[in-house]
Each structure stands twice: as C-alpha cells, then as structure tokens.
Design a protein around this ligand. Structure first.
Ligand code: B12
Ligand code: SF4
Length: 460
C-alpha cells in the first residue's frame, strides 16, 4: 500500500519522532511504500492545491497534545482530498481517545504503543480483511465507535527493526550531526505531570512496562546510524537512562570501545552518584540532564510526587560537575500551591547549584495526568493547555493558576527567573530580531570552528 505518514510536529527540531520512525521501519519491512510529511517541514506540500498531486491508500498521523489543533486543521484538507482512512496515533489519542476520535475527519485512533497494532491494521486493510477488530485501535463503524482492548506490551525490543531515519533525515541535517536515540521504553517513576503513571496504569497486567533493548542490539543500531550519517553527537532520549545501572555498565563498556561519540543522558538527582557520573564521563558522556522542578521540598513531594531533598539536588549537581559533565537543570513554575516564596526557593536552589544550563517552563497539565485531575478539581485551569504548542512559547501565558498566583503573576515570575539567573536570558528572546542575528552568528562560528557536540538550545 502507499501510506502517508503525517507527523503533526509543528516545530523544526533535531529530534526525530522515534515512535513514528519505528512504525515506519516495521511498515517498510512489510513492503509498504511510505511518504512522510510534517507540519514543521512541509508547509508547501500541505497546501490543498499541492496535496492534490498525491495518492495514498491510508493516512497515518502521529500527534502530541500540543500539536492537536494544528493536526485537525490539516486533517480537514486531507479528508476533503483523499478518500482514504485516517488513523491517528501517538500521545494525544492515547491520553484523550474520545476527544480525538470524535472529530469527523478521523476514522480510527491507536491507543498506546502502535508498532504491532499498525502493522496488523495495514495487513488487514491491504488484504481486504476486517479492520474493526485490531487490538489498541478504536475505529468508527456506522454511527458507533468500536473500542478494541489493548494488546500486551512488546516484550523484546530487539525484535524491532532499527527505526527508519531515512524519512527523518531533515531532522539530522537540522541538528548538524546531532541525533537522538532511545534504547528502551518506560520510566519507573510516577511524577504527577508526566505521561508515565498514565501508561503504567493503561498497561497494568499487560506485560513488563520497563524494557530495554539488549546492549548489543543498541550498539548495532548506533553503528547502523554511523554507517549512514555523519553523526558527532548522540542525545540519549530515554526518560531516565541512569536508572538502569547494570544495563548502562554493559552498554557503555562496549560503547567506550566501539562508538566513542560524545553523548548526553537524562538522569534523576537521587541516582547521580560518583559511580554513575564517573562511568558516564569515562564513556564519552559530556552532559547530564536532571530535573529539579521545584526548590520547595513540600511541593516536590506532595504535588509533583518527586521524592528527594534539596541536599540530594545540590550533591548530584556537585558530583556531576566534579567529573566534568555539563549539567542541565529543568524547572517549572506555576505549580499548584506555589506562591512567590516557593518560586524564590526554586531560583535560589538553582543559583546554588549553578547548572551550566538552566531551563524553566510554566507547568502544562496534560490530559490523563494526576496533576491535570488535581487542577480540574481545584478550578486551577484557566486556559487550554493544548494551545501552548511551541518550545519557544514559554514566555507566553500558561493555562493554570496556582491557587496563590494567577497566570500573569506566573509569567512575571519567569521574567524574574531570567533576571536573577541571567545566563538563561538568551533562550527567552527567541523571535526577536536580535535573536535571529545571534543565531546566524552562532551558525557561522559553529561552522568555522566546528564546535562539536555543543548543545545550544532545547528543541533545536
Ligand atoms: C523526544 C521527545 C521530544 C522531542 C521530539 C518529539 C517528537 N518529535 O517526537 C522534542 C524535544 C522536540 C519534544 C518536544 C516537546 N515535548 Co516531548 N518528549 C519526548 C520524549 C522524551 C520521547 C518521545 C519518544 O520518542 N518516545 C518513544 C516512542 C517509542 O514512544 P511514542 O513517541 O509515544 O510512540 C509510540 C506510540 O505513541 C505510538 N505512536 C506514535 N505515533 C503514532 C502514529 C500512529 C499512526 C500510530 C498508529 C501509533 C503511533 O506508537 C509508538 C511506538 O510504540 C517523550 C517522553 C516519552 N518517553 O515518550 C516526551 C513527550 C512526548 N513530550 C511531551 C511534551 C509535553 C513536549 C512539549 C510540549 C514540551 C514543551 N513544553 O515544549 C514539546 C512539544 C513540541 C511540539 N509542539 O512539537 C510530552 C507529551 C504530553 C502530551 N500529552 O502530549 C511527553 C510524553 C513527555 C511527558 N511530559 O509526558 N519532545
Ligand atoms: S522521572 Fe521524568 S520521565 Fe520519569 S515519570 Fe518523572 S518526569 Fe516522567
């Protein structure tokens, strides 16, 4: 079949949509012909007059919540032009299935991991078989929605072919040789604002939630990437890779000898000890990303469900720095119960640890999360979180109040952040003419001096 993969990603980024690229490789293996359009990269192709030049048998769409409205906008033209089924998968239909499938442009949605579901769906469609009984897929029939059950999780990630990067080459080019990879699925923690506790529930009694590719298979994948692309930096995108200490030890012992390319990794402060930081540094890791989120321990423990002390935060960053890792700290403002004093505590903690890169965003309570339920129950939602769809829109109003601060005060606190932490100011002026000048200058100096492996800004 000729299938269009439509990625609702609406920002240009170096990061490949790895879930979609995994699905693409499975479909390619089955002999389907694929085309890939994305909102960010294909504005021209997506114009109605240009769309008419194409013919597809099926349209597959990948969508996060922040891409929902942009996706719907384009699906209107798709439905008008192509008289073929439209199946939407990804995070948004997973957390908001009814909202997604209720749109007349959408024929079916996929809930949760779609690798085997979409393969079965395509096989059945191609062979003229019944497509209404595929597990993970909700599909419209007559006036009804058939809600199929969820299949057990794929156990062995080594069974998957390597994600297809060919279709996503523009991301790699945009990243100037930096690319993202993931070696596993799932995170053991249950932070209230993240998708993981929702997925842990969705998959209860349906197999092991935390899964890793074998270290050997992960290395094979990296070698395959290096065979095809000139990569000088890997971003290990797994949620909390340093949690898998034994896996990391086996993997890095091969990585050190056979790959040796600088990389960044995501961790948690309670896991970043001497042993891990030394192991990372010795293996070529140059950057460790960790969430602080709030400097107030009560908010962390009770609102965000993140159980660590300020001492652990300070210690983790100190250790990472001791081993020469570039440290990147993530923070939020606009958390329920937060007032100016609590935000000040976050700023002070950040000043104390002085991470090399500090990020702060307004909390966005997405559907399906515990924090969204809490905000709903306490009437804290004052906007539509799905409308905040760009990484550089963090300087715009959020969609929540905290009970102590309204949206305007929260936004003002972001500016206070910048004034007080200074170093981060440049990230906040995106869109301004001076910023473009800064970007061009950055590009020229990077090209001239081949500044390898430097992480510049999130989302690029
Ligand atoms: C890498 C990453 C990014 C990258 C790249 C995103 C991309 N293009 O995919 C960057 C840095 C750009 C990014 C940006 C943002 N991200 Co992000 N990101 C991730 C991360 C860490 C990994 C994504 C991934 O590859 N997962 C692994 C694959 C295997 O899982 P998957 O993508 O869900 O795919 C599976 C299924 O969903 C399904 N599926 C996916 N697509 C399709 C399509 C079809 C047709 C079918 C049938 C099935 C299907 O099958 C896949 C394979 O099983 C996830 C967390 C996570 N662990 O998933 C957050 C996550 C996706 N991000 C999130 C958020 C909030 C954001 C931002 C809004 C942050 C911000 N404030 O700016 C922006 C959005 C920017 C935008 N407008 O596009 C949230 C999404 C929540 C939501 N309800 O939408 C997540 C889940 C993290 C969280 N907090 O819970 N992100
Ligand atoms: S540690 Fe990170 S990925 Fe894991 S549940 Fe918390 S926020 Fe989500």
């Amino acid at each position: 079949m000729k299938i269009l993969l439509f990625d609702a990603v609406n920002i240009k980024t170096a990061y490949i949509n790895l879930g979609f690229s995994q699905i693409a490789s499975i479909l390619r293996q089955k002999g389907h012909e694929l085309d890939y359009f994305s909102i960010a990269w294909d504005k021209d192709k997506l114009r109605e007059e240009n769309l008419k030049k194409y013919k597809f048998d099926l349209i597959l769409v990948s969508c996060l919540s922040s891409q929902y409205y942009d996706m719907l906008h384009h699906l209107k033209s798709f439905k008008k032009i192509f008289k073929v089924p439209i199946l939407v998968g990804g995070v948004h239909p997973t957390v908001s299935p009814m909202e997604t499938i209720s749109n007349e442009e959408i024929d079916a949605i996929c809930i949760g991991e779609g690798d085997y579901a979409v393969a079965e769906f395509c096989d059945k469609l191609e062979n003229g078989q019944d497509i209404t009984n595929v597990r993970n897929i909700w599909i419209k029939q007559g006036g009804n929605i058939i809600r199929n059950d969820i299949r057990p999780l794929a156990e062995n990630l080594d069974e998957f072919p390597f994600p297809n990067r060919k279709l996503f080459e523009r991301n790699i080019i945009f990243g100037r040789g930096r690319t993202n990879v993931m070696f596993g699925r799932g995170c053991p923690f249950k932070c209230t604002y993240c998708i993981n506790h929702y997925l842990q529930n969705l998959y209860k009694n349906r197999g092991k939630y935390l899964r890793m590719k074998s270290p050997e298979y992960a290395i094979e994948e990296l070698k395959d990437i290096l065979k095809n692309y000139k990569i000088h930096y890997f971003v290990f995108n797994d949620d909390t890779l340093i949690f898998f200490k034994d896996w990391l030890k086996s993997f890095l012992s091969i990585y050190r000898d056979e790959i040796r390319i600088p990389f960044s990794v995501t961790g948690r402060v309670e896991l970043a000890n001497d042993e891990i930081c030394k192991l990372l540094k010795d293996s070529g890791c140059d950057s460790l990303w960790m969430g602080i989120e709030s400097g107030n321990s009560w908010i962390r423990e009770n609102v965000l469900n993140r159980q660590y002390t300020n001492e652990q935060v300070i210690n983790a960053f100190k250790i990472a720095k001791k081993y020469g890792l570039v440290t990147k700290a993530y923070n939020m403002v606009g958390i329920p119960y937060e007032g100016p004093e609590e935000i000040m505590e976050t700023i002070i903690l950040n000043l104390e640890i002085d991470a090399d890169l500090k990020y702060v965003k307004i909390l966005q309570p997405y559907e399906g999360t515990d924090i969204k339920r809490f905000c709903d129950n306490h009437n804290l939602i004052v906007g539509d979180v799905k409308k905040i769809n760009r990484l550089d829109e963090v300087h715009k109003l959020g969609a929540v109040s905290t009970g102590k601060m309204n949206r305007y005060e929260i936004l003002a606190s972001l500016y206070l952040w910048d004034i007080l932490t200074r170093k981060n100011m440049i990230a906040r002026i995106k869109g301004h003419i001076g910023y473009r000048f800064y970007k061009i200058l950055g590009f020229i100096t990077n090209t001239l001096f081949n500044n390898r492996g430097r992480i510049i800004h999130e989302g690029e």
